[in-house]
Ligand binder design. Structure first.
Ligand code: MN
Length: 568
């Protein structure tokens, strides 16, 4: 069984011994267990390993893929794994086991979106190494492949989860192929009626288009060749059903407006050839205005690159053409996995801090950008996976809190009244102190008492500005002495608006300026850029009076900063 994986790896300088050993170990551990379809359980981890192997991942990841369910589902412990397979493999298995307990809950529709978003972020926060997420994706991929063995209600739940969580994660990582396949496997089970209707509608048109393309492709490539363009490969690309369906819904359910049902994809040796080909295509066929997309000059957030154009092609029919190099193609299919599939070096550990330059990191940063204010700022210059904790309420709702948050932060995040009435807290069922530092994945329960009320030292315990604000406002109403005392020690915050050139690293640069001045940023917000300029609003905690002018001077002397002004 494992032979298939080993054969694939033979020419790749992988540690076959480690992988074979992992197989023997897992086989023994899962002995007697069966999959829902009746086959021996070991078929599952081996399939997961094969998927990881197709993604050209390193030996440790493949071995961890084989072992990924042993700690969760058998008597094997993390220590056993470490003893037999070393720290790296054990670290990955532990990561996967940790993520196994994150559950997708059906929520009312309004909350569902938020919930899914938090879960996706939680995945990144908890998986300290991206390889852990890749194992989870491979795990899900194989579970989707065998989903027919499950009862219908579980099929539906797991498929919805795949569409809400795993598809978008694969997309964020630029793994177009993985994303498309996961979604297409989930679509019929998640939305059976919609799926049937849509496939019936699209199928005929699909076949028509495919036929048309078979005739058209040689005509187009011939024109390119006679124009002196070398072609590596040309093929028609059928769009994945689920992404087509989403487009279809977007276009008021009018399939005739979805032009890229089937697109012609042309792989060219280099970037100049891509633009050369575009020129020749546009000389021969009129492009549709507004549909030329140059993702080579402006890659998508997940690093995707290609030139897309939609033209009136042969017989005046509308056709989308995609132009890209082999490297862009590899990235579009495998995304992040394509980045370190090169060898077995020690550097292939994808700890966030090591890979600041990598493209996909920039894209994750962008993603984190959507999470708000000061936490976003922190996320840029520290380890941006570990600046949030994600914890559960007893109802399975997720609360997204700043790192080092305490049960008090949690209580206030649930409800102000709960915060005020907090007497104690339980984490995963055990009593903890109120200054306990929460960790992602924990379940938090607040013990409240009618007689409980905020105490002044809570202000130094809580981490989130939200909780602080609420405690202060309670004191303002109930015990103004405390507030007066506090305000005497606290200077007025200094609010400032800075206009900057929208460039990667600008926020980090501003952070650096403030650090050099030993000034804390208590809040930072940044509005979407317009015409290459962006506005950053900050609240600064100035320890000394008279620093305001110095801050403004320092800022405007930086070449990325166009202006800085005090806000009142
Ligand atoms: Mn599994």
């Amino acid at each position: 069984m494992i032979q298939k994986v080993l054969t694939k790896l033979e020419d790749r300088n992988r540690n076959l011994q480690l992988i074979t050993k992992a197989f023997e170990f897992a086989k023994k551990a899962h002995d007697g267990q069966l999959r829902m379809g009746g086959e021996p359980y070991i078929t599952h981890p081996v399939s997961v390993a094969e998927i990881l192997c197709n993604l050209k991942l390193d030996s440790a990841t493949i071995a961890a893929g084989i072992l990924h369910d042993t700690v969760e589902d058998t008597g094997v412990t993390e220590k056993d794994i470490e003893k037999n397979f070393g720290k790296d493999v054990a670290f990955l298995v532990r990561g996967v086991t940790k993520l196994a307990n994150i559950e997708y809950k059906d929520q009312p529709e309004v909350k569902q979106n938020l919930h899914a978003q938090s879960l996706r972020k939680m995945f990144f926060a908890m998986a300290e190494d991206i390889r852990v997420i890749l194992i989870k994706l491979a795990d899900r991929y194989h579970n989707m492949q065998t989903i027919k063995d499950l009862p219908p209600d579980r099929r539906k739940r797991i498929s919805l989860e795949t569409l809400d969580i795993y598809g978008p994660i694969a997309e964020r990582l630029g793994m177009g192929h993985m994303k498309g396949e996961l979604e297409d496997m989930a679509f019929p089970h998640a939305y059976p009626e919609e799926y049937d209707k849509f496939v019936r509608l699209a199928k005929e048109k699909y076949i028509d288009r495919q036929k048309y393309l078979q005739k058209t492709q040689p005509i187009v490539t011939e024109k390119l060749k006679s124009g002196g363009i070398k072609i590596v490969n040309a093929h028609s690309r059928a769009k994945h059903y689920f992404s087509l369906y989403k487009k279809f819904v977007k276009h008021d359910r009018d399939l005739s407006r979805v032009y890229d049902l089937v697109a012609l994809r042309i792989i060219l040796p280099d970037i100049p050839s891509c633009y050369g080909a575009l020129g020749i295509i546009h000389k021969n066929y009129k492009p549709l205005p507004g549909l030329i997309k140059d993702y080579v000059a402006m890659p998508k957030l997940n690093g995707y690159q290609s030139i897309h154009t939609t033209i009136f092609c042969e017989q005046n029919k509308i056709l989308e053409i995609q132009l890209r190099t082999p490297e862009m193609h590899e990235h579009a299919e495998n995304g992040i996995a394509a980045h370190w599939s090169y060898g077995e070096s020690n550097k292939n550990k994808l700890h966030a801090a090591d890979l600041k330059e990598a493209q996909w990191v920039a894209q994750l940063k962008k993603w984190m950008e959507n999470s708000d204010d000061q936490e976003f700022y922190k996320s840029l210059h520290t380890n941006f996976f570990s600046d949030r904790v994600f914890v559960f309420t007893p109802d399975g709702e997720i609360k997204d809190l700043p790192d080092e948050s305490t049960p008090l932060d949690f209580a206030y995040a649930v409800h102000t009244d709960l915060g005020h009435a907090t007497k104690g807290a339980k984490v995963n069922g055990k009593l903890v102190t109120l200054d306990y530092k929460l960790k992602s994945g924990q379940m938090v329960e607040i013990v409240k008492a009618k007689t409980a009320k905020p105490s002044a030292n809570w202000l130094s315990i809580v981490k989130s500005s939200e909780a602080k604000k609420r405690i202060l406002s309670w004191f303002r109403q109930n015990n103004s002495d405390v507030v007066a005392k506090l305000e005497k020690n606290d200077r007025q915050p200094f609010r400032i608006s800075v206009t900057v050139k929208d460039k990667i690293g600008t926020l980090e640069e501003i952070g650096r300026i403030m650090r050099n001045l030993k000034i804390n940023i208590t809040e930072i917000k940044h509005s979407p850029p317009i015409g290459g300029l962006a506005e950053i609003k900050m609240t600064l905690a100035l320890k000394k009076q008279g620093l305001e002018q110095k801050v403004i001077q320092k800022l405007i002397s930086n070449k990325r900063v166009l202006s800085a002004r005090k806000l009142v």
